[in-house]
Design a protein around this ligand. Structure first.
Ligand SMILES: [Zn+2]
Length: 95
C-alpha cells in the first residue's frame, strides 16, 4: 500500500497500519493538529482533509517529475499544474 504522507509503497506489518514509518505517522499527526488549529471549522473532517491534502502533495511531486519530460507539451503543462498546486498549498500554509 501507499503511505499517505511520503507516497512510498510499503508492506504493512499490521492490518490497521496506515503509514510506512513512525516518522510519517508523526508527521501526519502534526499536520492534522496544525490544520485543526488553523481551521477550527473543520474539526470532524480534519483527517479526511489531510489525506486529501497529502494527495495534492503527491500530485504536485508527480507533476514536478513530468515537468522534466523531454517533450515540450508535457513538460509545459506539468510545470504549470505543479506550480499552481504548490501555490495553492503555500497560500493555505499547508506545504
Ligand atoms: Zn511514509
Amino acid at each position: 500500500m501507499m503511505c499517505p504522507v511520503c507516497g512510498r509503497e510499503f508492506m504493512p506489518d499490521a492490518p490497521a497500519q496506515k503509514y510506512c514509518s513512525k516518522e510519517c505517522r508523526g508527521k501526519s499527526w502534526y499536520r492534522r493538529k496544525k490544520l485543526r488549529r488553523e481551521m477550527p471549522e473543520l474539526p470532524v473532517r480534519a483527517n479526511d482533509m489531510m489525506d486529501a491534502v497529502a494527495n495534492l502533495w503527491h500530485a504536485a511531486n508527480a507533476l514536478g517529475e513530468l515537468s522534466r519530460a523531454s517533450d515540450p507539451a508535457t513538460s509545459a503543462l506539468a510545470g504549470r499544474l505543479a506550480s499552481a498546486v504548490w501555490r495553492a498549498l503555500d497560500e493555505e500554509g499547508l506545504r
